[in-house]
Every structure is written in C-alpha cells, then in structure tokens.
Design a protein around this ligand. Structure first.
Ligand code: NAD
Length: 489
C-alpha cells in the first residue's frame, strides 16, 4: 500500500455558497461544527452548520404554516412551480456540477450528466401532478355516491445521502411537492453545498416555507424523525440508519420510506455479447467510485465464457482513468471521505485474510486524497463478507458458476434486493430469471439506468417504498373516501 505526502492544492469553486439553514424563506446562519474536506486533496475546506432540535422545530413550523396554502394549490399551479424550479436549476447547471464534483469528489463529466436528469425529473413531476390517477366516482350503496380524494400527507422530512446529494434530494422533493406536501430537507453532513444552492434557486420560485433546508448530521436527522409535526420521513441511506429511523418513527407512527443499500448481482451468460458486457460492466462497477447502491459489484459469470470475459473485463477496468475529479477525462475519482476510505480499506484487508485473490487494484493510489484503485477480486466464497456486505467503493467481486440454477442461487443469496442485471440473448431465460430474481430493478443487457417514469426501490434489506414514477407520488399521498348521500336532508 502506498500513499504520497505530496500536497495538492484544493480548488474551491468560484460560486461556493455560504452554508446556512433555509427556513421559511429566510437564511438562518449558524456556527459551523462539522468539518468538511476536499476528497481530492484531503485538505480541510470549511465547516457545515449542524441544526439542533430547536432549529428543526423552527423548520417544521415554517413548513406547517406553508402547508395550509400549498395543499390548496391545484395540480396545474404546483406543476408551474416545479417547471420554474427546473428552469432555475437548468440555468445554474454548470455551477451545480462544479460544486457537486468538488464536494463529493465526483468526476466532473458525471456531475454534468446528472443535472439534466434532475431537471427532467422535476418536469416529469410537473406533469404527473396533473395526471393523478383517481378511481372514478361510483355508487356502491343505493342512494350514495362515493368519491376518492388524493391528499398530501402533510409536512415530510427528507433525509439524503452523500453519493448523489442533489439528485437524491430532487428524487424526493419532486414527488413530495407535486403531491402537495411541504418539505424539511436535510442533506448529508458531508455534502451540503448543492442543496444550499437548490434552496437559493427555490427561494426565487417557491412560496416561503414550502421547501426548508436544515443542515446537519445524524443528530439533526433524528430530530426530524422524532418531531411530532412531521408526518412522513423518507431516507436514502445506510441499512443501519434505516432501522434506527423505522424504530424511532414508530413512536409517532410516521409513515417511513426507506431506500437503503444494495449488492447488485450481474449474471453474464454463455450466450451474451461478452465484448460489450465487459466494457459496459467495467463502467457500471466503478461509476461514482462504486459509491452507488446499484453498482455492478457482484459479477457472476458462466463457466464457459469465464476466461474470455475476464480477460476483457480486467483490461477494461485497468484502463479506467483515475484522478482529479475536475479533469473532464477522469472516470473514477476519490472516495467521499477519509472514513469511507478506511471503511473500504478495511474490507480489502479482511478479504486478504480469505481465499480472495486481487486481479487488479487492491491498494491506495499514490497521490493525496481518498483514492483507491479500481479493484477486482476473484476466488471469493459466497459467504465472504466482501460478497455479502455492501462495500460502497471501487471493489467488484467475480464468481464463476456452471449453470443457470447456480448463478440464480448465488445472485439471490444476499440480504439486499435493490437491483440486478442479466446478460443474455435468450428470451426464455430472460423471462424465467426476471421472475425469479429477488430485486426491485432487473436490467437485461444493461445496468444503472433509471428513468423518471419507472419505479425504483428495493426488496428485503434494501428497504421499502418506491422512488420515481407516479408510485413515488403515491408514497407522498393519502387517499380519502368521501360518501355522499343523494337524499335531501
Ligand atoms: P447514512 O445512513 O450514514 O446517512 C444518510 C443520511 O441519514 C444522512 O443525511 C445522515 O446525516 C442521516 N442520518 C444518519 N443517522 C441518522 C439517524 N439516526 N436518524 C436520521 N437521520 C440520520 O448513509 P450515507 O453514508 O450518507 O449513504 C450511503 C448509504 O446510502 C449506502 O449504504 C447506500 O447504499 C445508501 N444509498 C441507497 C440508495 C438507494 O436508493 N437505495 C441510494 C444511494 C445511497
């Protein structure tokens, strides 16, 4: 393992905002207490405020006050607000991409690709708000007419992770606002910058109090979950955090939506296009430095194509350009934090005590910052920690199997159930396996892609509830049956 002592100067983007909470349309300054670091250089860059329970209470009260009017807006009005917010984000895309890249250590090319996706997502929900599916009014009792109203849940607490800070925030605020809720949003303590810019953009578009942002760590998140004025909490985060939130939310019987970790299996069959799969999967395993809950991190290859696939796959992984996230040529950046670096190194160290063999990578990159080489491990056993637990770093395991049945068994034999992919040209096999794989998303000859129109969410330990699509609006809505007597009284 090598580390360099050479120093690299951190380049703070020109339009970096002051970090403050945004409550009821106003900026609420607070003393910074969480130290922020540039993942590319390991240099300290500043500190972020951490909201206490009084600040959270203030945000909930602002959201509650705004809810009274916001819930009465028509879907068309909410759609217009969301479209205007999409316009503002679109105009600020380069600033947002630069900040996200710098704060997360995400390659700038990836950060630039993310912004149009969330602009599109807001525009999708601007339209979806107006298409709310309603059961037709009907008569199910003589002399009585029944209608179903779809109503917002109320004030919702949205807690986001650090790997896609802005994207995850917008995945949540889009459907939540479209459904008529008001929001208290908390970004991860590690990555507050783009969420603060989002609040600035929202300030010029949304009525005060509709979107509130509180900065802070797990303690702030816990204050959101505990607050009796919050009707629902949506988390994207770690499984352990999800369990704590589900337990704490039971005190107030809040609705809970959990998007947790994953350990995506990738089944490469003998009839697949091995060349294409090896190229695509080298990208899909290491995008965002593997800090992606759908990362193609658990490759299972049929015996008969194992050698030819591995030769190409490992060559493609070795070709990935690791380096400064600000360089447009960079494909793999650093991990987000020193803690995440230590966590991934811990997995590699423990894997080194098993039969696992490193085919490429396995060490820190010889430069400052939180870099680990893209790593491929083989000769792993199904019950090894590195196969069973989410590493959330640039580490892929490859297993070989002799039959479809064995590949399916290995794929399903984890506690997670977020996503999987199958690489085959056989239609019958595709249909068989898409039914039998226990994962919320199954790609065929592809991986990673999500679209606004289709639901995304996990099975098992990957959580419950759906992001994206009209189903996410359902998560943020409640239905009410109204029964009207036709008898004059
Ligand atoms: P994390 O659970 O540590 O933090 C997520 C958020 O929860 C942060 O904002 C954090 O401050 C907050 N938090 C922490 N403790 C809390 C508590 N007790 N109560 C309330 N809030 C609390 O996760 P992370 O490290 O930021 O993100 C990485 C994890 O997120 C990975 O496990 C990854 O798989 C998962 N993830 C899942 C998806 C998905 O859609 N399923 C997407 C991205 C990331």
């Amino acid at each position: 393992m090598t580390t360099s002592t050479e120093r690299v100067q951190s380049h703070i983007p020109a339009e970096t905002p002051e970090l403050a909470h945004f409550i009821g349309g106003e900026w609420v300054p607070s003393h910074g207490v969480f130290t922020l670091t540039d993942p590319n250089t390991a240099e300290l860059t500043g500190s972020s405020p951490v909201a206490d329970s009084d600040t959270v209470d203030r945000a909930v009260k602002a959201a509650r006050a705004a809810f009274e009017e916001w819930r009465r807006t028509t879907p068309r009005e909410r759609g217009e607000y969301l479209n205007r917010l999409a316009d503002r984000i679109d105009e600020a895309s380069e600033q947002l991409a630069q900040l996200e890249s710098w704060n997360v250590g995400k390659p700038i090319s990836n950060a630039r690709e993310e912004i149009p996706l969330l602009v599109d997502l807001l525009r999708f929900y601007a339209g979806a708000a107006r298409l709310g599916e309603n059961t037709a009014a009907g008569e199910y009792e003589r002399g009585m007419t029944s209608i179903v109203l779809r109503e917002p849940v109320g004030v919702v607490g949205l807690i986001a992770p650090w790997n896609y800070p802005l994207l995850e925030a917008v995945w949540k605020i889009g459907p939540a606002l479209a459904a008529g809720n008001t929001v208290v949003l908390k970004p991860s303590e590690l990555t507050p910058y783009t969420t603060v810019v989002l609040a600035k953009l929202a300030a010029s578009v949304l009525p005060a109090g509709v979107l509130n942002v509180v900065l802070g760590d797990g303690m702030t998140g816990a204050a959101i979950v505990d607050h009796p004025g919050i009707e629902m909490v949506s988390l994207t985060g770690d499984g352990g955090t999800g369990k704590k939130i589900a337990a704490a939310a039971s005190n107030t019987l809040k609705r809970v939506h959990l998007e947790l970790g994953g350990k995506a299996p990738v089944l490469v069959f003998d009839d697949s296009d091995v060349e294409y799969a090896s190229e695509y999967l080298a990208m899909a395993g290491f995008t965002n430095t593997g800090q992606d809950c759908t990362a193609a991190c658990r490759v299972i290859v049929h015996d008969s194509v194992y050698e030819s696939f591995m030769e190409k796959y490992v060559a493609n992984v070795r070709r990935l350009r690791v380096g400064d996230p600000a360089d447009p040529e960079t494909q793999v950046g650093p991990l987000v934090s020193e803690r995440q670096l230590e966590r991934v190194l811990g997995f590699l160290e423990r894997a080194g005590e098993t039969s696992a063999r490193v085919l490429t990578g396995g060490s820190r990159v010889d430069r400052p910052g939180f870099f680990i080489e893209p790593t491929v491990l083989v000769d792993v056993n199904q019950d090894d920690e590195v196969v069973q637990k989410e590493v959330f770093g640039p580490v892929v395991t490859v297993q070989r199997a002799a039959s479809e049945e064995e590949m399916l068994r290995l794929a399903n034999d984890v506690n997670y159930g977020l996503s999987a992919s199958i690489w085959t040209r056989d239609l019958s096999r595709t249909i068989r396996l898409t039914k039998d794989l226990s994962f919320g998303t199954v790609w065929v000859n592809g991986h990673l892609t999500t679209v606004a129109e289709m639901p995304f969410g996990g099975f098992g330990q990957s959580g419950y509830g759906k992001e994206l699509s009209g189903r996410s609006m359902d998560e943020y809505s409640q239905v009410k049956h109204v029964m009207i007597s036709q008898t004059r009284v």
